[in-house]
Design a protein around this ligand. Structure first.
Ligand code: FES
Length: 210
């Protein structure tokens, strides 16, 4: 990917704009706090919650997550930018992820990726004009015995041949999984919800050092 110049002089966030995280989203993030030793440890679930609710995690949402977790916004951005799963700008309703790791490469994932690109008319990290599809590649999708494979949202498509791509992408149910999602993520935490009395990471470090 070519280098890009970033304009750091212009403000990225409109400080006067109303908050974008609803009370329900904030409460759901807080419901995860009792599961962890520090507030910062709830950052990954918080990012999932916000992306599920809003479709992506904008810079403004990152600041608001930082407020809820009482951590610096830079820590939210650090984590966000590490994982390709999280988007800081709007993505398509369905995200196609083609595996780029060894087993899939050996079994033809380059040709598969090319077929997806030409069928959708977009490149990696692109989104179709109708907002229906975005495209990514990622490392091993943990289905090496069915290489080459690709995910559409949560549905895994296995042993995909380039000539099957058109039919798969035209299928309206191509992201529907046939089994129920684990309720672990949506299950409320047991016991009282701690909101303000959980220690920050720096407090825990001090407690361990003393
Ligand atoms: S290498 Fe593609 S799923 Fe493992």
């Amino acid at each position: 990917m070519a280098w890009q110049a970033v304009d750091r002089a212009s403000p990225v966030i409109d400080e006067k704009a109303p908050a974008i995280l609803s009370d329900a989203v904030r409460d759901k993030i807080r419901s995860f706090l009792p599961r962890y030793e520090t507030r910062r440890a709830a950052l990954l679930p918080a990012l999932h919650i916000v992306q599920d609710a809003l479709g992506h995690v904008s810079p403004r949402a990152m600041v608001e997550i930082a407020e809820v977790l009482e951590i610096p916004p830079s820590q939210v951005m650090d984590t966000m930018s590490f994982y390709t799963h999280f988007w800081d700008h709007p993505k398509g309703r369905k995200v196609v992820v083609v595996c780029r790791s060894l087993s899939c490469q050996v079994m033809g994932s380059d040709a598969l990726l090319q077929a997806v690109k030409s069928e959708l008319g977009i490149d990696e990290h692109g989104t179709t004009k109708d907002g229906q599809y975005s495209l990514l590649t990622e490392e091993c999708l943990a289905a090496c015995d069915h290489a080459p494979c690709m995910l559409i949202n949560e549905k895994m498509h296995k042993c995909v041949k380039p000539e099957q791509v058109g039919k798969i992408l035209k299928d309206a149910r191509n992201d529907q999984i046939a089994y129920p999602r684990s309720d672990l993520f949506d299950k409320p935490a047991e016991g009282p919800v701690a909101t303000t009395d959980l220690p920050r990471t720096s407090d825990v470090r001090e407690m361990k050092e003393s």
